[in-house]
Write a protein that binds this ligand. Structure first.
Ligand SMILES: Cc1cc2nc3c(=O)[nH]c(=O)nc-3n(C[C@H](O)[C@H](O)[C@H](O)COP(=O)(O)OP(=O)(O)OC[C@H]3O[C@@H](n4cnc5c(N)ncnc54)[C@H](O)[C@@H]3O)c2cc1C
Length: 442
C-alpha cells in the first residue's frame, strides 16, 4: 500500500516537546496502535523547542503548574540519573533577586509552594553578598539606575530543584524511544488541513450536513509525504501555529504567539564573568544558578560547556502578538539594540561584570501564550486532541502534558503523572477548567 493511503490509529501533528512526549506516552500505553508523528521541519525539535532556553522550575504560583512541572522534572531527573539518558540536565537552581515589595508580594505564593511540597529557601542580603561578591544591591548615587527605577535587592528566593537541560537531547530521548517501540515519523511534511467528515458516512454528495455528527477523519499533507492520511484520532501539538489548522474548521486554538529573544555572551577573557559563572555555594556543580533580576525579568544562566552565559528578559508590553506566525522561524530575528540598550544597562547595573561583554550569538523564537491564565491546556473534542498554550514553559511540563494527552486519548479522567501522582485531566481542559491564573511568569 502506498504510504499516503495508510491509515493510522493516531496522527500527531508537531514534533516539538509536546508532540513527541504525547506520541511517546500514547505508544507506550497502547503498544498495538499505529502512531505517526508529522512535522514540516526535517527532524524533531526544530521548532521553538530547539530555540528555547530550556530552563526548568517547579516554582510557580499555580498549583497546577507546580504539579505539571514538578512531576516532569522528576521524570527528567530519573531519565538522566537512573536510566542514564544524557539529556544535559544540570540542577543549578533558580535564584530570584527581590526587592522588599516583590518579596512581600511573593509571600502567599511561597506559602502555597510549601504546602504543595515545593522546596525553596531564602537568602538574606548578607548571604547574597557572600555568594555573589560582584553583585550591586543598591544604587544611591547612580543616576542611570535611578532613571531606570531599579529596585534595591533585599533578599533572594532560591529554588534548588530547578535547573537547565538540553532540549535537543531531551527530544531525542523521546523520539528514539518512540521509534524503537514501532512509532512512525514523517518529517519535511506539512499538514495542510484537517479532513472533517460525517461520523456515519451515508455516501450522499455534500456530506457532512448540519444534521450529521462530524469528526476529524485524518489530515491532508504535502511534502515528503503527500495526499490524505486517514486517522482514527488526530493530536494537534502545533505550538505557536496552533490556530492554523483549527481556525479553518471553526475551532479556537487558544494561543497567541509572541517573539522572545536570547543572547549569548562569552566569559572567556573576563575573570569577573568567569568567577560569576562558577559561583560556588548554590549547587553541587559549583555553578551559578539562573539569576532573575528585580527589574523587567532580566535573567541569565550559566552555560558551562560554552564558558558563557545566556541572557533574556520578560518581554510583554509593546511587543505585538503574531496572528499567523511564519513557518520559517528564522524570520524572527533577535535585535542587537534590544540587548545593548534594553537588557544590558539593567544587567550591568546589578552585575558590572557584564559591562564590557559583547553578544556572540543571538536568536529568537516564539512563545505561545494562553492569555486566559498562562497555563497550558489539553482537551479532546470527539476524536481530535489539542495540547498547547505553554506560555513559555512547555519543556519543563512536557512529560506530564504527554501523559495527559495519552489519558485523554484512552478516555481516562485521570492521568497518572510521574511518581504515581493522579491528575484530573479536565483541570486543564476548557469545559471544566479549574486552574488559577499563573502569576509567576518570567
Ligand atoms: C526564546 C525562548 C526561550 C524559552 N525558554 C524556555 C525555558 O527556559 N523553559 C521552558 O520550559 N520553555 C521555554 N520556552 C518555551 C518552549 O520552547 C515551548 O514551551 C515548547 O518548545 C513548546 O513545545 P511545542 O511542542 O508546543 O512547540 P514546538 O517546539 O514549536 O513544536 C511545534 C511543532 O509543530 C510543527 N507544526 C506546526 N504546525 C504544523 C503543520 N501544519 N504541519 C506540520 N508541522 C507543524 C512545527 O514545525 C513544530 O516543530 C522558550 C521559548 C523560547 C522561544
Amino acid at each position: 500500500m502506498p504510504r499516503s493511503l495508510a491509515s493510522y490509529d493516531v496522527i500527531v501533528v508537531g514534533a516539538g516537546i509536546m508532540g513527541m512526549a504525547s506520541a511517546y506516552h500514547i505508544k507506550l500505553n497502547n503498544a498495538n496502535k499505529e502512531v505517526l508523528v508529522l512535522d514540516r521541519f526535517g527532524a524533531a525539535g526544530q521548532g521553538n523547542t530547539g530555540r528555547s532556553n530550556a530552563m526548568f522550575r517547579n516554582t510557580f504560583s499555580s498549583v497546577d503548574n507546580q504539579t505539571l512541572a514538578d512531576t516532569s522534572i522528576n521524570f527528567y531527573l530519573q531519565a538522566q540519573n537512573e536510566l542514564k539518558a544524557d539529556i544535559g540536565l544540570q540542577q543549578i537552581g533558580y535564584l530570584w533577586l527581590m526587592s522588599e515589595t516583590q518579596l512581600h508580594r511573593s509571600e502567599p505564593f511561597l506559602e502555597g509552594m510549601v504546602s504543595n511540597g515545593i522546596e525553596t529557601r531564602r537568602y538574606d542580603l548578607t548571604e547574597l553578598r557572600q555568594l555573589l561578591p560582584g553583585m550591586v544591591s543598591s544604587f544611591e548615587s547612580n543616576g542611570e539606575a535611578a532613571l531606570m527605577e531599579l529596585p534595591e535587592v533585599q533578599a533572594g528566593i532560591f529554588g534548588p530543584t530547578c535547573g537547565r537541560l538540553n532540549p535537543d537531547k531531551l527530544i531525542r530521548f523521546y523520539a528514539e524511544k518512540f521509534v524503537r517501540m514501532g512509532g512512525k515519523v514523517g518529517f519535511n511534511t506539512n499538514v495542510e488541513k484537517l479532513l472533517v467528515g460525517p461520523s456515519k458516512q451515508l455516501g450522499i454528495d455534500g456530506e457532512p450536513f448540519v444534521w450529521q455528527d462530524s469528526e476529524v477523519k485524518g489530515v491532508r499533507v504535502s511534502g515528503a509525504m503527500s495526499g490524505d492520511l486517514p486517522a482514527e484520532n488526530v493530536v494537534l501539538a502545533c505550538g505557536a501555529w496552533g490556530n492554523e489548522l483549527l481556525a479553518p474548521v471553526g475551532m479556537d486554538g487558544h494561543v497567541k504567539a509572541k517573539k522572545r529573544q536570547l543572547f549569548s555572551v562569552s566569559a572567556t577573557g573576563s575573570p569577573e564573568l568567569e568567577a560569576l559563572l562558577r559561583s560556588k555555594g548554590f549547587n553541587a556543580l559549583g555553578l551559578l544558578p539562573l539569576i532573575i533580576l528585580p527589574k523587567s525579568g532580566v535573567h541569565f544562566k550559566p552555560v558551562s560547556e560554552e564558558n558563557g552565559l545566556w541572557i533574556a528578559c520578560e518581554d510583554e508590553v509593546n511587543r505585538p502578538f503574531i496572528d499567523i506566525p511564519d513557518h520559517d522561524l528564522d524570520q524572527y530575528k533577535a535585535e542587537p539594540g534590544y540587548f545593548e540598550r534594553g537588557i544590558k544597562p539593567v544587567l550591568a547595573a546589578y552585575f558590572p561584570a557584564f559591562e564590557k561583554s559583547k553578544v556572540r550569538a543571538m536568536w529568537a523564537g516564539l512563545y505561545s501564550y494562553n492569555t486566559l491564565d498562562y497555563l497550558p491546556f489539553a482537551f479532546k473534542d470527539n476524536n481530535l486532541l489539542v495540547v498547547g498554550g505553554d506560555s513559555g514553559s512547555g519543556i519543563m511540563k512536557g512529560d506530564s502534558l504527554g501523559r495527559i494527552v495519552d489519558a485523554l486519548y484512552r478516555g481516562e479522567e485521570e492521568a497518572i503523572l510521574h511518581g504515581d501522582r493522579p491528575y484530573r485531566v479536565s483541570r486543564i481542559g476548557f469545559d471544566r477548567r479549574e486552574v488559577d491564573r499563573e502569576e509567576w511568569v518570567i
